[in-house]
Design a protein around this ligand. Structure first.
Ligand code: KIV
Length: 278
């Protein structure tokens, strides 16, 4: 999947599937599920590293998790998140960090979270050939410090502001834009107004694609989940059952049984016993 093919999907009215991944197994599974885009999101701070927000995530964390995903993902477009602090200071630092994610860590594109203030950063990266996905609406990197996690674009004025921002980021060179936790009406208007695809998360049905966090989809996230995060399976229950069964069999001496053990030939056993004087 490349940027052209993604834009073509929007033109054909085909929905884009984006799934987050943080390691080799989740990358493989996302790819097997036919994801068009795999995102190594800074949500790894919450679901992999146990932080309360995405704010502490570093560029090294993102790289560490992007490398195994890159080894797993052969067909989907691999996007790596630019974490908080990796692009705000100046465009040179943003450029250096984006190049690092692409050259050293295996990403094919990067994602930058923020409003109009990210337009010069997106423009600088795009000018140097780095595909950038924008991310507007709820901005988890800074939301907790301001207003918490609340739905954006609830009234006509804020919807207009979001639309203006989306247009500006498209003009700056973004190839796509994530709309997070935005009213369905606002997201629909933005999706209709832009040439580039919108990827919604908690932004209603009329986005050009949808993304959810891997752990939320499969039921591995036992923390609070927003209402928009639909859980499609209960992997935690399946894994816990398997771990409980293993622990129980170890304690009762039922594991390893003969099927899971390796044995010497009978005459070699006899020889060994002789050598040991038994
Ligand atoms: O970090 C992340 O996983 C994201 C998606 C939820 C869009 O930014």
């Amino acid at each position: 999947m490349n940027i052209r093919q993604l834009l073509d999907k929007k033109q054909r009215g085909e929905k884009i599937v984006m799934i987050t991944a943080y390691g080799y197994p989740s990358g493989r599974l996302a790819e097997q599920a036919g994801a068009d885009v795999v995102l190594v999101g800074d949500s790894l701070g919450n679901v992999m590293l146990g932080y309360e927000s995405t704010t502490p995530v570093t560029i090294e964390d993102i790289c560490h998790h992007t490398k195994p995903v890159a080894r797993a993902v052969k067909n989907a477009l691999l996007v790596a998140d630019m974490p908080f602090g990796s692009y705000q200071i100046n465009t040179d630092l943003a450029l250096a960090n984006a190049i690092f994610l692409i050259k050293e860590c295996g990403a094919a594109a990067v994602k930058v979270e923020g409003g109009e203030e990210t337009a010069p950063i997106i423009a600088a990266l795009s000018k140097h050939g780095i595909p950038v996905m924008a991310h507007i609406g709820l901005l988890p990197q800074t939301a907790a410090m301001w207003h918490g996690y609340s739905c954006q674009g609830r009234d006509a004025d804020s919807a207009m502001r979001l639309l203006k921002t989306a247009r500006m980021l498209e003009e700056a060179g973004a190839f796509s834009v994530v709309l997070e936790f935005v009213t369905a009406e606002t997201a629909a208007k933005i999706s209709a107004a832009l040439t580039i695809p919108t990827i919604g998360i908690g932004a209603g049905l009329n986005c050009d694609g949808q993304v959810l966090v891997f752990h939320d989809i499969v039921g591995l996230n036992e923390n609070h989940m927003p209402r928009f995060a639909k859980q499609y399976g209960n992997a935690a229950a399946i894994i816990l059952q398997a771990l409980n069964d293993f622990a129980a069999e170890v304690k009762t001496g039922n594991y390893p049984d003969s099927e899971h053990s390796y044995f010497m030939d009978a005459d070699e056993v006899k020889k060994l016993e002789k050598l040991l004087g038994e």
